[in-house]
Every structure is written in C-alpha cells, then in structure tokens.
Design a protein around this ligand. Structure first.
Ligand code: DAH
Length: 344
C-alpha cells in the first residue's frame, strides 16, 4: 500500500495535460469509480484496524492531492479551448489591428475648410449628378463651349435641352448657393468632380475641388486678392506670396490664375516649380454679372468673387506627390505616409 501511494503521488506530480479531454482521462484514471485511488480505498476497507490507522491519513491526503492536481490542470488548460481545443498561449501578441488614417485629400479638404471657416465662410454641398443648367448654362458657358463636349463631360441622360451629367466642376454649387441662400453669401463648396480624361500621372477622370464664393455689396478685386493671400499664408506658410495672371473663365470677369511662391526654394527656382519660383494653385475672378442675374441677384447692387482649386493638386504641392494615380489606388504604403492622429 505504501509503495502504491508513493507511486501514485509521483505520477500525479509529473502529470501533464494538453487538453480538457486529457484532464478528464486523468481524473477517471485516478479518481473514477475504477480509478487507482478509488481502488486503494477499496483495499483499505478490507484492512484490519491497525493497518487502517497506518494508512488512513495518507490515503485521504492522496485523494485530496489528486483532486487538487486535476483542478489545477483543468484551469491551466483553459475552459475556452473546449474539450479538445488547443491550449491558449496568453503570452502571444494580439492580432495586429490597422487603425487606418485619413486620406491626404481629406486632410487637405479639412485644412481648407478650417481656414475659410475662420474667415466666416459656410460649407455648402451639391449633387454630383447635376443638370446642364447648373454646371454650364447658369455659369455663362456659351452653347458651343468645348467643356460641354462629350470629350470632357460624362453625360448621364441625353435630356434636351437640359441633360443630366456628372458635374465637371464644383462651380455648380455656387449656382445652387446663389439660388437658395440669403445675401450676403460666403460659402466654400468642397466636392468630387468628373471629367472624361485619360488617366495619367497628371490627370484623372475623378478628382476633387473646393469652390469659394463671396457676394455682397461693394465686393472688389482687392477683397479677392486679400482673401487668397490670407488663405495662401495659412496653407503654405506665413511668408508665402501670391501673384495673379490674367486668365479666362466664362463665369468670372475679370478672371485670373493664382500662383503661390514656391515653398521649397522660396522663389529661387527648383525642380518642383520648374525653376520659376511659383506654383499654380487656383483659378479665380469677379463673378460675371450675367451669372449673378441668372440666379436672380441684382448685379447693380451686388458684386462678388469666386475661386476654385483642385484638392489633389494642393495635396501634391504640399507633400510633393508626383503621380495623381496614387490617390486612388488605396495602397496602404502610400496612405500610411500621411498617418495623422484621428480626432474623435
Ligand atoms: N471651375 C473652374 C475649373 O474647374 C475653377 C474655377 C476657376 C472656379 C475660377 C471659380 C473661378 O470659381 O472663379 O477649372
């Protein structure tokens, strides 16, 4: 009996289980009805008084020991693993969880919105599927203007005379703002636009713009210049300068292209600004009186300015992205370059 007890004790001590199934097998082996410990108790029952005295205590200890070992093994193997699932290694690192980050175009849009909000502008949005009237007609595009051509515009329906199309610029939202909002109007309109362009490093059929519009009494070109200068300094650095070059848009008169001083070479000339010291950032101008009148605004009393810029272009200048296609490929290696903390 003594040796048997010793033997079981040392077996228990060395006992290892990998699954709940093995723990259960061990329990049956030692403590089950026909188990080894149970068998010793049966032997014990037949013993004389003297022997009972000798072994009673150690047998009881053996049983407790066996039960404690089985309990310990049970919790060590882990309940979650199931009857025969693998033992869980709690020291393993957790599953990597990609939080993601904001897209560079979203970051730039938010920055622009924040800057103009400070200047008192509201944000307006309009439909991406627009009609010819809001994209062209009300913006003073003559009927034969090339922008209305199938080469540039994705038409959705052929409706005559006002077909539905995918807006080619966010200037359509300024028309909707002029129709709906009370004067004075101060809005910026961020949004997605579509043009039938071959996709290359410098052009895409989908891109984003931000449109700006300010209409009030006595708004002048000087106000436009000042608004854009302040914007450029917030966006590209406090020492930025702007210059304007005469241009043409059907909906503004006069019209201009705006360049900002190159924030890399500070005007000395580098390969980013192609040696000129200037980077083109937007188109702008004084809203053409025809455009005001088309939306029911008295052009004798009110005047205004408008501007429009491409978000991908601004982001390209800001971060020196050299290929427009990167923005649309959802390559995590590219997107992670702009990892910013996400405010919640
Ligand atoms: N809509 C023009 C474009 O897509 C950008 C633009 C230029 C908007 C001048 C304006 C503006 O409001 O005044 O190229």
């Amino acid at each position: 009996m003594k040796e048997k007890i010793q033997q079981i004790l040392s077996e228990l001590e060395n006992l290892k289980c990998k699954s709940q199934k093995e723990v259960e097998e061990a329990r049956v082996r030692f403590l089950g009805k026909k188990g080894e410990v149970t068998a010793l108790f049966e032997e014990f029952r037949e013993m004389g008084k003297e022997l009972k005295k000798e072994y009673g205590r150690s047998l009881n200890e053996l049983k407790q020991n066996a039960q404690a070992k089985i309990d310990a093994l049970k919790s060590e193997v882990g309940e979650e693993a199931g009857a025969d699932g693998p033992k869980q290694d709690l020291t393993m690192p957790g599953d990597p969880f990609d939080l993601g980050s904001r897209h560079p175009v979203s970051i730039v849009r938010q920055e622009i919105v924040d800057i103009f909000r400070k200047f008192g502008y509201d944000v307006a949005e309009g439909p991406e599927v627009e009609d010819d009237y809001h994209v062209f007609e009300a913006l003073n595009f003559p009927p034969n203007h090339p922008a209305r051509d199938m080469q540039d515009t994705f038409f959705v329906s052929a409706g005559h005379p006002n077909p539905l199309l995918l807006r080619t610029h966010t200037s359509s939202v300024q028309v909707r703002a002029m129709e709906k909002m009370n004067l004075p109007i101060r809005v910026i309109c961020p949004g997605r636009v579509f043009r039938n362009e071959a996709i290359s490093a410098r052009a895409h059929c989908i891109f984003h713009q931000v449109e700006g519009l300010y209409i009030d009494e006595d708004v002048t070109f000087a106000d436009l210049k000042q608004a854009i200068l302040l914007f450029a300094r917030e966006m590209f650095g406090a020492d930025s300068e702007i210059r304007m070059r005469p241009s043409y848009f059907p909906f503004t008169e006069p019209s201009a292209e705006v360049d900002v001083s190159c924030n890399i070479c500070h005007g000395k000339g580098c390969n980013i600004c192609k040696g000129t010291g200037w980077l083109e950032i937007m188109g702008c101008g004084m809203v053409d009186p025809n455009v005001l009148e088309a939306s029911g605004i008295d052009s004798h009393k009110y005047s205004g300015f408008a501007f429009g810029m491409g978000l991908e272009r601004i982001a390209m200048l800001k971060w020196r992205v050299n290929d427009l296609r990167h923005y649309f490929e959802n390559d995590m290696r590219f997107l992670k370059e702009f990892n910013t903390s996400i405010e919640v």
